[in-house]
Ligand binder design. Structure first.
Ligand code: FAD
Length: 382
């Protein structure tokens, strides 16, 4: 009787100890951070950099490798003055263009890597010459793009830069780490719950709590935020400039663009497709891009193809990003569509201002999440 009782006590004590140690393990295994960011693309990383420089402890999670999705697939045009941009994008685009050299200087200083501006001029072709612009003369056009065929378009010059996103994909993760950000790769955030005291985050590598949370998961942003951000596929092709012809500025029309990298490589882009999360290359689409490029700049016909790829632009129904608070402790910066490389520095600055309760540099109403209230039912990408 006694021995049975003792055995029972021992058993209960063991079970209690086991439970306590399980609970302790559970507490130990929940890691903490001041701000957690979902997505290590250019938007998530530039926001992390901005917050870290303001003294905030930041952890960025990426389901795969940082800067390996849209942010490295881009052409790299800083196209703040593209007449095809929505008008409502202009204040954000202009702010970001102004911040760009400072942003790159910071990235270079922290990473020790160069991210050079590859071109400083864009020759834009348009069916109508916008007010305030002068058409380029045939001599001006031939000097920069010898052999160009204008095809009835008016061409004018824009003082716009471009960079190689590969340079940034190499330097930016190094820069954020040097600024003290913890970058957790190959770790997907699977669930986020905002509580009164903290945000609870479940990932494929354990649980975290954060004081604040930022959704910056690009084309995947709908999955955690429920907002209508969907992937729009872009296929691109890189060619080698033929020996006898050299392109000295970006050539862009509503149909096609050619972006020289300054090292005899030219990027030709891009398709805009609704194909879900598919990133397959379709040879017909690549040939279509090369045909359009060759009818604008015929030397393309003799160019060697170096590589082709596809990326997923994060798109909202009105082609404007969503940069907003989603709760007391959560924010979103996603849907930068065709301009995320350009818009990253301004987005990061505005996020910092919202999160640290500082006044915002520009009016953010056009980028509010509330504009989708009626579009919520259209959500089809989860
Ligand atoms: C073909 C093409 C050409 C382009 N050209 C230009 C251009 O010339 N100029 C320009 O300014 N912009 C351009 N863009 C647009 C630009 O690339 C995008 O707007 C920008 O890269 C978006 O950045 P992002 O950080 O929001 O998304 P991404 O770079 O896609 O990053 C999102 C990240 O989130 C991660 N993620 C997703 N879900 C989760 C999760 N649950 N948990 C953890 N991580 C997650 C993903 O792995 C990914 O790394 C182009 C895009 C394409 C495709």
């Amino acid at each position: 009787m006694e021995s049975h009782h003792l055995y029972g006590m021992k058993h209960r004590n063991l079970a209690l100890a086991e439970n306590l140690s399980l609970a302790a393990n559970k507490i130990d295994s929940v890691k903490q951070t001041e701000v957690a960011i979902s997505g290590g693309g250019i938007i998530g990383l530039s926001a992390a950099l901005e917050l870290a420089r303001a003294g905030v402890q930041v952890t960025v999670f990426d389901r795969a490798r940082a800067m390996a999705e849209a942010s490295s697939a881009a052409a790299g045009m800083l196209a703040a003055s593209d007449p095809d941009n929505p008008i409502a994008l202009r204040p954000l685009a202009m702010l970001s263009a102004r911040l760009y050299s400072q942003f790159l200087a910071q990235v270079e200083e922290l990473s020790g890597e160069r991210v050079p501006i590859r071109t400083r001029q864009t020759f834009q072709g348009s069916p109508e010459l916008p007010e305030g612009f002068t058409s380029l003369t045939a001599e001006q056009l031939q000097a920069v793009a010898p052999g160009i065929v204008c095809g009835g378009l008016h061409f004018f010059s824009l003082d716009e830069g471009s960079l190689a996103p590969g340079d940034l994909a190499f330097a930016l993760p190094k820069a954020v780490r040097a600024a003290g950000v913890s970058l957790v790769e190959n770790t997907q955030i699977t669930r986020v719950r905002e509580r009164d005291a903290a945000v609870e985050i479940e990932t494929t590598a354990g649980r975290w709590t954060a004081g604040k949370f930022v959704h910056a998961s690009g084309a995947w942003a709908a999955q955690l935020s429920g907002l209508p951000v969907a992937p729009r596929k872009g296929q691109m092709v890189m060619i080698e400039e033929p020996r006898h012809a050299s392109l000295k500025a970006v050539l862009r029309t509503p149909e096609i663009y050619l972006v020289p990298r300054g090292d005899r490589r030219i990027v030709v882009g891009a398709t805009v497709e609704d194909a879900g999360f598919d990133k397959q290359i379709d040879n017909g689409a690549i040939e279509g891009l090369l045909d359009k490029a060759a009818s604008l700049w015929p030397p393309v016909r003799e160019a060697r193809i170096l590589e082709s790829w596809a990326g997923l632009r994060p798109a909202t129904p009105d082609a404007l990003p969503v940069i907003d608070a989603l709760g007391d402790r959560s924010w979103i910066a996603a849907g930068h569509f065709r301009n995320g490389i350009l818009l990253a520095p301004a987005t990061a600055q505005l996020l910092r201002q919202m999160i640290l309760d500082e006044p915002a540099d520009i009016d953010l109403r056009n980028f509010s999440s509330r504009r989708f209230a009626s579009a919520a039912q259209e959500l089809s990408v989860r």
